[in-house]
Design a protein around this ligand. Sequence first.
Ligand SMILES: Nc1ncnc2c1ncn2[C@@H]1O[C@H](COP(=O)(O)OP(=O)(O)O)[C@@H](O)[C@H]1O
Ligand SMILES: [Mg+2]
Length: 380
Amino acid sequence: MSFAEVLGSHRVVVTVGSGGVGKTTTAAAMAVHAAMEGRTVLCLTIDPARRLANSLGLDEMRTSEQDVPRSLFESNGLECKGALSAMMLDTKRTFDGLVEKYASDEESRDRILNNQIYQYVASSLAGTQEYMAMEKLHEVRKDPKWDLVVLDTPPTASALDFLTAPERLIDAIDSPAMRWFLQVFEGAGKEAFGLVGRGATVLLKGIGKITGLEFLEQVAEFVSGINDLFGGFKERAEQVSDALRSPEVAFVLVTSPDPLAIGEARFFSDKLEDAGMNREGIIVNQVHTLIDEPDLSAEEQVAALRAALPESIDAADIQPRLSEALRAERGWAIADRVQVDRLGEQVGEDARIVEVPAFDQDVHDLAALARVASYLTVGA
Ligand SMILES: Nc1ncnc2c1ncn2[C@@H]1O[C@H](COP(=O)(O)OP(=O)(O)O)[C@@H](O)[C@H]1O
Ligand SMILES: [Mg+2]
């Protein structure tokens, strides 16, 4: 199966890898390709990167869907047979949406949304962004409007966090500490399950006189709010976790030829496999191309440069520098080749590795994204 087939046979494609390797770029390139091929595609990113927005003809990435204008494809000499939209993930908004969905009534919904501890957890707690990316994915995956959703994952320090985010949320809510906390409140108030919050607030108000009433009120409110959402959240996190293993979800590893990045990609690949998720390919991005050595002597090179360059440039002066630059570039290319070949041997033949060369310039427009895609789908 080629990468074009991976895009053609899945509803969701997720790019994963360490920071700076080109996840955002390759995710956008795949989205552009699929849209050109006739599918209705959502490119969902975590990255507010202005460069990406600009490449897609947008002023900035927004947390609501924006259509990439068809005319932009045309002005880049491309034909879009389908449609492409882009959206940036809003962690807090996604979490709020969950609260709205699972709160038992309006009052408890507002109580938790306005709670300061909730607001902290929803926007800043480590792992929340990863979980919400998965959550959003689960939501849009079900939306029949999209033929394909390409998700670019957050630049997590530990890529593992991202995969296990739903499980960790379940663990956090279902932790002995949380259960103890809830039990204390329940015991104290001898209240029915649904009224735990009120009992807890009363209890904590008492302590609050000495330790900072407002903070404790917030804690009590948060705990009772979580209690209210407990069943819904847990069930949802389990659904999200299952959804990640569904055959319609493909994970694509992205790496540079750098040994460190490759090491991380391999580690990650093993984890995907252990977790029962579908690793459908590896993109090695920014590979230096091996340029042939010139078959002209140094003198002939100077003569050729002199003929090609304006007189004001001293050909004899720049030839050794160009030679040196070429040697360095060839050195990079040879090192990259060794790394990519080794990766191929390690992951085996069925791993489907594609290479994208390092371009002279940043990927900054739609044509460049389509060019990246052409390497991904080569031989398709
Ligand atoms: N094949 C490539 N050639 C040249 N520049 C690239 C290539 N792929 C990505 N880039 C550039 O590298 C930078 C990092 O890419 P990005 O996709 O943002 O990485 P990530 O999302 O993994 O952090 C961007 O400036 C992007 O334009
Ligand atoms: Mg990125």
